[in-house]
Structure formats: C-alpha cells, structure tokens
Design a protein around this ligand. Structure first.
Ligand code: MG
Length: 382
C-alpha cells in the first residue's frame, strides 16, 4: 500500500519510551494494535456502557462494539486517503480504554470525586492505561506503544497537564496538530457515535425516525429511502437511513480533507502537524449539520429521563465506591492496596486517591454494581 507523503510512516516512528528491537513480519504500528487487542483493558470494554447501561439489553452498543465501529470507519477512510491504516486502527481501538463504567456519568462522577487530587479525565486515563496500568510485560510498565499511537490517544489535555507530558503534550502548548491519522480517528469517533446513538435511541423507543426529519442532515436520506423502498419494514427503513447517513458523512469528510490537502500540500507528516488547524475535517456546511444532530441527540437521548435516571444512579455507585475505598484502603483487593500504599508514599493523599480512581475506572458496569453490593449490602456476602 503506497502511503501519501504526509502519512505517518512506521519506519520513521519517533519510537517507544523503552527502546525495543523492531518487530519481525509486521510494522511497529501493527505491533501497537496487537498489544492493544491483547490487553485486559480492551477486553473489559465489552462490559462497559456507551450510552445505555450494559445490562439494559444485548442489542445496544458497548464500548467494545463502539471502538470496532470507529476503527472500521477510520480504516476505510485511511485507505482511500492513502494514510496509515495500521496506525489509525491502533489509535481507534485504544481511544476509549480509559473509560470508566457507566459511560460519561461514571467519568463525571469520578472527576468530581478527584477534584482535590488532580481530577479525572477519560482521555488522559486511556494514556495512563497504555503507559502505566497494563502490567504484564517483564521489561517495562504499560504496553510501551509508539509515540504516534500515544499522540493519537491523547485527544485533549489541559495546559498544566501538557507541560508534564513533555514531547507528547507540546502541541497543546504551541497550538499545532497531531498526525493526520490521529485527526482522522477523532472524526471517525464522531461519525460512529452520532449514527449508532440514533440507532440505539430508536431501538430504545426514545426517538423516532420521523422526528429526525426535522434535521436537514437526516431529511435527505430519509426521503431517498421512502421513495426507493416504500414497503420497507420499520427496521429496514431505519438501517437504510443510517447507512446512507454514514456514507454522507464519510464522503463529505473525504472530499473536504482532499481539498485541504491539495491546498496545504504538506511536504511530510511533520509539515501536516505544524498547521494551526486540523487538515482532516468536514466541510463547513456538514460541520454545522453534524453539530445540530449532536444537539438533538443530547436533548432527546442523553438527557432523556429514562437515560438520565440511570445516569444518576450510576453516579451514586461511583461516588459511594470512591468514598468508602479512599477512607479505608484495606477494602481494596491486594494488588490495588499495594498501589494505593505506593501512591501514598510517593504523593500523599493524591497518590492513594489516584490508585482508587484507577481501580474504579478499570471496572466494568457489572463489576462496579457487584462491588457496590459487596460493600453496602449486608445480605451480599461475596
Ligand atoms: Mg469514542
């Protein structure tokens, strides 16, 4: 596969934190992807909430199926833009590794709990998972991924935190961009969740396809499906609309990105990074329409009283766990007790709080609910 001059070339990687011999029979980015797929954090994505709690039904997306959809959309785009498909795949599969149980509700609650200890941010946590928390290689902590994969995982970051991250944080201080592959992964994430949240929202009975007609972005594919397939079943109609919607977004992103690449014509991957604005982007018109869709989903799905009710309960579970475990670290499993003790030794209260946050963030939905029962329900003995 011929890469564009501005694509990331694995033979020019900025390397790993702990130097290793080059892999045989695969590239460095393929090795990154393989390490991510073999990680414990990746397997746990299966039982973590995307929007609907894991136990609400087997039809809904989980963090795992979400990550696979993101990777699939991004890989197709990467191939058609002659960007590095392997790097894009590694970034996409790792992008949500740091997510707490219970989706954004869990992250918000944990961030609240950690407000006096440096906060909690799922994006930074994904980096922490691959840099520190995965613990199974004899020669190093974490997965020891390449700079480019780690750069792609870190989508945003405060200036204070960026200063601590050295090379990886520099772009947040000087206003430059990550690789084109990282830019692509970011927008593939948005395409995936906008579409599957419509799908899940309809399936859960929170919204209907007809209501979506008010959005210009959905009105066109909906009209096309109605005239071409007047006898389609509701489920077929839903799928036919969503697949057209994904194609609209993907085609727009490709065309707008090709136009910007032609205009900027970066000499290489670093020249693409040096831009003050991303090169991979939707057209202005599509950006506006996609934002309108996001607002609709926020109002009608994420803030729907049935979703919100679960959100509030999930927040309480996370808060309860954090308070009781921080108060008495003897309640932690031995491995996490050791981490809390080491954290306290190194950084005092903030260090032990971080170990508790790491433990909670690593939980799946069902593990968190079970742990909550074990700690608070007198009748639950294990
Ligand atoms: Mg995501």
């Amino acid at each position: 596969m011929q890469l564009a001059p501005w694509a990331s070339d694995s033979t020019h990687t900025r390397g790993r934190r702990y130097p290793e011999d080059a892999p045989s029979g695969r590239s460095d980015y393929q090795r990154d992807r393989d390490r991510i797929v073999h990680s414990g954090a990746f397997r746990r994505l299966e039982y973590k909430t995307q929007v609907f709690l894991n136990h609400e039904g087997d039809w809904f997306r989980t963090r795992l199926t979400h990550s696979l959809e993101v990777a699939q959309i991004a890989r197709s785009l990467a191939r058609s833009l002659s960007l590095n498909e392997d790097l894009v795949e590694a970034i996409c599969l790792a992008h949500d590794l740091g997510h707490t149980p219970f989706g954004h509700a869990g992250q918000d609650a944990l961030n609240q709990c950690m407000r006096d200890y440096g906060g909690f941010e799922h994006n930074l946590q994904s980096l922490r998972v691959v840099d520190e928390l995965e613990d199974k290689y004899a020669d190093f902590r974490g997965l020891n991924l390449t700079f480019e994969t780690r750069e792609g995982i870190l989508k945003h970051c405060s200036k204070a935190r960026a200063r601590e991250l050295g090379d990886l944080g520099r772009r947040f201080l000087d206003g430059t961009q990550p690789s084109l592959e990282a830019q692509l992964a970011n927008l593939a994430d948005e395409i995936a969740y906008n579409n599957h949240d419509i799908d899940d929202g309809i399936r859960a009975g929170l919204i209907s396809l007809d209501e979506l007609e008010a959005l210009p972005l959905v009105a066109k594919p909906l009209a096309a499906v109605r005239s071409r397939h007047p006898d389609a079943t509701p489920r077929q109609r839903q799928h036919e609309v969503i697949r057209r919607l994904i194609t609209l977004l993907v085609d727009d992103l490709r065309a707008a990105t090709e136009a910007r690449l032609a205009e900027v014509a970066p000499a290489d991957a670093d020249a693409a990074r040096a831009q003050s604005r991303p090169i991979v982007a939707f057209s202005n018109e599509m950006r506006a329409q996609a934002t309108e869709l996001k607002r609709f989903l926020y109002r009608r799905v994420y803030r729907h009283h049935r979703v919100y009710r679960m959100t509030r309960k999930a927040q309480r579970v996370v808060r309860d766990l954090f308070e009781v475990l921080l108060d008495d670290p003897l309640l932690l499993p031995p491995e996490h007790q050791a981490r809390a003790a080491a954290g306290r030794e190194a950084e005092g209260d903030a260090g032990s709080a971080r170990a508790v946050a790491d433990y909670i963030a690593g939980m799946t939905d069902r593990y968190a609910l079970h742990a909550h029962g074990s700690l608070f329900n007198l009748r639950q003995v294990d």
